[in-house]
Design a protein around this ligand. Structure first.
Ligand code: FES
Length: 74
């Protein structure tokens, strides 16, 4: 299914990028999703969040990066 009509970006493309750990901002830069009219942004963000929720390690990594903590292995 096409999520971003303006840039012809599909849910599969977004999910594929999210599953390798890319954030919404990274995916937006890479694919151009939500860079024109913006109507797809909510749907695209939800999709990325769902993919990140199914990858708990990546979600923890992103949370650590977001608040400035370095990711460290014990
Ligand atoms: S539908 Fe994605 S920017 Fe317009």
């Amino acid at each position: 299914m096409i999520v971003c009509v303006c840039n012809r970006v599909s849910d599969r493309e977004i999910a594929r990028h999210a599953h390798v750990g890319m954030s919404f901002d990274d995916i937006q830069l890479e694919l151009g999703v939500a860079t024109c009219c913006g109507r797809c942004e909510g749907c695209a963000r939800d999709l990325v969040a769902q993919c990140n929720a199914s990858r708990p390690v990546a979600a923890l990594h992103d949370a650590g990066a977001a608040d400035g903590r370095a990711w460290a292995h014990a």
